[in-house]
Design a binder for this molecule. Sequence first.
Ligand code: MOS
Length: 703
Amino acid sequence: MATTTTVAPPPATLGTELTRVEGREKVTGHAVYAYEHDVEGAVYAWIVQATIARGAVGAVDGSEARRRPGVLAVLSHENAPKLGDPAERELAVLQSPRVHYRGQIVAIAVAETLEAAREAAGLVRVEYAPEGHDVALTADHPKLYTPEKVNPNFPSETAEGDVDAALAQAAVVVDETYTTPAEHNNPMEPHATLAVWSGGDLTLYDSTQGAPRARDIIADAFGIEAARVRVISPHVGGGFGSKGLPRPTAIAAALAARHVERPVKLAATRRQMFSLTGYRTPTIQRLRLGADASGRLVAIDHLAIEQTSTLKEFAEQTAVPTRMLYAAGTRRTGHRLAALDVPTPSWMRAPGETPGVYALECAMDELAHATGLDPIELRVRNEPETDPESGLPFSSRGLLQCLREGAERFGWSERDPTPGARRDGAWLVGTGVASSTYPARRAPSSAFARANADGTFVVGIGAADIGTGARTVLTQVAADALEVPLDRVRVDIGDSALPFAMLAGGSMGTTSWGSAIVKAITALREQIDGRNGKVPEEGLEAEADTGDDIRAQEPFARHAFGAQFCEVRVNAETGEVRVARMLGVFACGRILNPLTSRSQFLGGMTQGISMALHEESVLDREFGDYLNHDFAQYHVPVFADIGDIEATWIDEDDPHLNPMGAKGIGEIGIVGTAAAVANAVFHATGVRVRDLPIRLDRVLEKL
Ligand code: MOS
């Protein structure tokens, strides 16, 4: 029998800069990603994609492909195994001849080698019966309708007071339209799956943000019990939302494996990802702000127009942050959708907040300019005391503190507000600021905690580390809750056989999983205490679920906040925009690991700069698809694009959140960044570019 010691506990690890617990494994190449798992007899699949945007597949001729050496099968809607009736219609791979978007999977070649599978896919002849497609979102699209709800479950429309009357009487009005293009998630690791059937049981080694949820959805797609499916995903090379739910590629791998009765590996290529793994909807947003002479908002009106597919209603919650960011006498927010012949948009880092806050924060900057107020002072004057729509108190609201702290650090007070006033040779120099916000939520999760007789502990939870450092922070949470040194605790994640937990999304990972881990450990420690600190040879185990706790939470408006400051240099001759300096200051409760947190903030801000200046999926109306399908043409920043960038935070002691006192940090870094850049470009040049990205031609034409 082992006895847990009763000496003073080790110092808390939360709040310290712990490096990644799996860091060595990753940098030495020992961390195994989905495609790298080894299974005896694995073969390879390569997909064939539709070359029309709407219509039907006719005959699929795989005869030439099948004659090639090593080719095992060519699947199409004619011969593919039947699925159940997937609730996710995007996952009904090869179940019908209908083509809903260009790039949809219409055939799969399977072969002994990757090269043979790829060659075979190229030899498959697909006949089509094309129909006219409708792929271009416009502000007056005849198919626009008002969805009932927007993601994840907000009313689409809200209104308070008479916005139109307030605008008619306002001393100052800003009424502008802002657009954001479609943007594609590009995690470093492409979507990849190794599918293994054994009898009627399916094991998927898959790159996913949530193994338990993926298990349930894949089981539903195949019409089998969830208990017959296991999803294993110990390491994930990024996702940004695109791996939140299983993609058609995962189903394709499992279908192919069932058909050839061999394990099948399938990885999406970077190009294929542009059709199959999700993207951020383009938006067209009209913002109307009305203020009195002192800059107090009398009206906010935010209407977001966006797209979905014919397969599924995906309604991005773009106008939702406008419901809580500022006080206003009257307010109206709403969304319109058009279901086009395009792939279904999906989650991309801070869906809703990212495009929505971009538009709102540019409009606020325009209002500051119109009223002659400093942009920070304008925000101070419109700071609400409680959540404007719900009336609930904020659990904590650090926006003004972030703005003030950031202004101090950034040297904001030296700013001459006149646009175009600063010049350095050919370069016009300007600064901009924007607010940032993201909901601080958590979702029901369960975990187990086990004490071994040798004094070590194992915690298990169906969580995911998509490169964020979650595994590390959860190990800290567990060690502190157990009051033992880190090296006595192992946290197992990334397997649907572990207790069901929230996926890595919505900045809810650490808060959801940490709550379940602390609860399981509390129960375990009670058991240990009940035995006077003795752990029997067979060990002790406790499991806990946080569903009831979360449903019983006190009502508060829980949100993280931040302030983004940016300095740009705009070349007066070429219109080229360079971000010289960027500072983000965040208020996210307690920062659990400064090292990994800073990395999340900087990553988000970098992605925000990318949104401001680089990322743009360009629609080809003729072919019905986004045409820039690789990094040669879809631009993301490299180190040379990111100048002096810094993220910091204010300490926030918020008792209304969770046992760790933390708010999520994975997404807030991107929110507001693009607006700060756009506002800085205006300050540098006097040119207001309202359509992202801020390409040099868009600057130059007005310079
Ligand atoms: Mo994030 S877009 O909620 O995975």
